[in-house]
Design a protein around this ligand. Sequence first.
Ligand code: GRG
Length: 306
Amino acid sequence: MKRAKNTISTGASFDLNQFLAERTEAVNRALNRYLPAVQVKPATIHKAMRYSLFAGGKRMRPALCLAAAEACGGTDEAAIPLACAVECIHTYSLIHDDLPAMDNDDYRRGKLTSHKVFGEGIAVLAGDALLTQAFEIAAGFKPTARYATAQIIQEIAVAAGSKQLIAGQVADLEGEGKKLNTAQLRFIHERKTSALLGCSARLGGMSANCTPAQLQALTDFGYHVGLAFQVIDDILDVTQSTEKLGKTAGKDLTAQKATYPAIVGLEKSRAIAKQLTAKAFESLKPFHGKAVALAALADFLLKRDC
Ligand code: GRG
């Protein structure tokens, strides 16, 4: 995907390409260290965990985590373990979401899905193993003056749990084939997408010992960016090809899922994504121009084409 050097709402010129390339490399190096090597027995599970984790995801949640840490004056060193933990949770959710019992998808991140390569049993276990790996990584968090390790673990557990990420998936499954209104759709998007994106930003702030006011700003930012991200995802599902997306395009329509384009149309969906991104920008005001990476990411996520 082409990314431009962009001038963001703060007026500062920020090279997002460079930011993403450097942070993705650092996160990949750390993930490679955290995950058991493929030779570790049983080799199949470690191969499967690595197969999905290194399949070429955009690493947006780690990027949000690291950008939030920077906005709060923190370091990549302190934030990277948490960035890795959220990427493990995210990848687990994608593996399980693709299973025949859920969305039954053959492609993800431009490659065959885990169950297609390793079989359903190993795919379920690879997801489980990535979920638990996330907590093992987070347990190594060095507490700051404001945030204990237990708080970090709770933050992740709540975002990934039955009232957030899993609640979104349940509502999504139960909503298939039903005519949902925008409030019901927003309930799904808040949990399925916004919860983990928001958690990523909050964790970055917490790794930097952020103030309560900064944490609130990151919460608001993550919430709006997360919703915008999902509205854009719904739009791309109907406007882009399978090749471009690296996953089956048009799937929402086939599965009779409620989406913003299906309920309000494409044009209004684009306007909603813009409004949500504008609210995300507004949330960054307390950072007084120091959240350039977060602002650039929000802008990039609005304009992405895959
Ligand atoms: C708990 C099984 C389970 C599922 C939770 C996350 C999720 C719900 C389902 C995955 C499918 C989906 C459409 C989720 C919404 C969030 C989203 C758009 C995920 C895709 O994120 P990207 O585009 O993916 O950042 P990459 O592959 O780039 O990391």
